[in-house]
Design a binder for this molecule. Sequence first.
Ligand SMILES: NC(=O)c1ccc[n+]([C@@H]2O[C@H](COP(=O)([O-])OP(=O)(O)OC[C@H]3O[C@@H](n4cnc5c(N)ncnc54)[C@H](OP(=O)(O)O)[C@@H]3O)[C@@H](O)[C@H]2O)c1
Length: 244
Amino acid sequence: MSALDAFRLDGKVALVTGGSRGIGRAIADALRDAGAEVWVTSRTAEGAERAVRGTRLKGATCDVSDAAQVEALFERVGDVDVLVCAAGLSSAGRASEVSPGEMRRMHEIHVLGALACAQRAHASMKARGGGSILLVTSVWGLAGQPGTLPYGAAKAALAHSVKVLALEWARDGVRVNGLAPGFVETAMTAEVGEPVKEKLLSRVPLRRAAEPDEMAGPALLLCSPAGSYVTGHILVADGGERAR
Ligand SMILES: NC(=O)c1ccc[n+]([C@@H]2O[C@H](COP(=O)([O-])OP(=O)(O)OC[C@H]3O[C@@H](n4cnc5c(N)ncnc54)[C@H](OP(=O)(O)O)[C@@H]3O)[C@@H](O)[C@H]2O)c1
């Protein structure tokens, strides 16, 4: 196989939670361009329908924090070879004021939601001789960032999960990796005010935010046979910030 052929996913089925827009959508498009049949999710039927209109993507609804909806999603999609867990949203607030409910909500979406999907995908991948799972964490789960405790703590737990799942599932041929983006221009970060954004980007050596498409290449590497000897790794795509 040539080095470029190793990025192909012909005949494979991929599921991207949170693939209706933003980073998940950019990754879904890349997996589809690499030859996979790709399912994307939204929490609403309208969101799923809008996301796949005029594309070769397939749409499904799922709120990943609801175990019954995750079960129904996998019933609908069937066996998968590639799972990308990109579903998520952020949460801001000072640690002194953070409620247990908000800590729980972030955990339910980012950690329990991704774990439920990963467990379901692992079972089907194991039965088929292997597969690859990519959990989208964040640089804010790798280092502290004031004002992000519920989100950062959940992403840190997700980053830890990458390591444990990779160790436990390697024997089944299932690779598990993480992608830790820095600041990416999406609906999620559109909520960040200009002064805060400017301050955050002033610390980025590349001096700009990323576009969602810039997450697609790193994701394809980890999801495809091009990354066949990579597991338990968290690829940081942050414009160089963590090189400091
Ligand atoms: N943007 C950044 O700078 C950045 C940096 C680091 C990490 N991330 C992570 O990257 C991932 C994607 O974020 P994004 O920036 O691309 O955000 P986005 O454009 O707002 O997209 C978020 C996606 O997640 C879905 N979603 C939200 N809550 C969900 C839930 N409970 N169950 C299922 N799906 C849910 C949304 O679906 P609907 O169609 O239902 O809205 C949408 O598809 C997130 O995990 C985020 O934490 C983002």
